[in-house]
Write a protein that binds this ligand. Structure first.
Ligand SMILES: [Fe+2]
Ligand SMILES: [Fe+2]
Length: 248
């Protein structure tokens, strides 16, 4: 047990490690094994924020599953858009589930007294720029997907009775953490509807997400819940290592 864990037991907090956008490709063998061993020494639980594989290939998921075996603490996570590319996200999720990851989607989880609810999320834009369900059928289908992901997140959060909860997403719920990306693509980096879902609850202490590789690390929902962009490239720039550690 490390010093941080001893201190946390005293104040009831847990240390959450969060990382997104591993983008495991077929050339990534054992790339994250040492990192997961290291995380297991310094954190109580790890959250994976999607884009775990590069194309959602079976072999990529199996390679990540191998690396996850080095992880000795609970793993929760969501898939990202890249994990959908081969059209078999269920297969990717099942392989990662077999390797010990609790795949959050509709189903929330409680780890050491802290609730975790998560969805991939979807795009659609932020604030006044949010796309509305109006006009062509194709736009309504698109917006429905965004609404549906936010509804799943809200439902999962509602099932949690813990006094502390964390929302795990792939897409961003706020504009703050996509700043640094080209302005033209902001609407494709996340959706305010996810923040609206988070803000309906008083027990959410943090939101972690990925996807915006050149975004900003820190932000807040309109009601002030801290949001962290844990895409590994963002965290690396901020902290000099690919994962962040949060006290929850
Ligand atoms: Fe990514
Ligand atoms: Fe992504």
């Amino acid at each position: 047990m490390n010093d941080q864990s001893t201190e946390n037991i005293a104040n009831g907090a847990i240390t959450l490690a969060a990382i997104g956008d591993l983008h495991i490709s077929e050339a990534s063998e054992r790339r994250y094994r040492d990192m997961f061993a290291e995380i297991s020494e310094v954190a109580d639980v790890v959250a994976l924020c999607g884009d775990l594989t590069n194309f959602g290939k079976t072999h990529e998921a199996e390679m990540l599953a191998e690396d996850l075996r080095a992880c000795t603490i609970p793993i929760v996570g969501v898939l990202g858009n890249h994990d959908y590319e081969c059209g078999q996200p269920e297969k990717v999720a099942e392989i990662l589930h077999q390797a010990g990851m609790t795949v959050l989607d509709e189903q929330a989880a409680v780890v050491e007294g802290v609730g975790f609810a998560g969805v991939k999320g979807f795009i659609g834009g932020f604030g006044r720029g949010e796309l509305g369900a109006f006009g062509e059928e194709a736009i309504k289908v698109f917006v429905d997907e965004s609404i549906n992901e936010a509804r799943k997140l809200e439902n999962a959060l509602r099932t949690l009775r813990t006094d502390r909860a964390v929302a795990v997403l792939h897409y961003s719920p706020v504009e703050d953490t996509v700043e640094g990306e080209p302005k033209e693509i902001y609407p494709f980096l996340g959706s305010s509807r996810l923040a609206d879902a988070v803000d309906r609850f008083d027990n959410v202490k943090a939101v972690v997400h990925g996807h915006a590789h050149t975004g900003a690390f820190r932000g807040r929902t309109p009601r002030g819940v801290p949001v962290y962009n844990c895409a590994q490239f963002v965290v690396e720039r901020e902290e000099g290592r690919p994962y962040t550690l949060l006290e929850i």
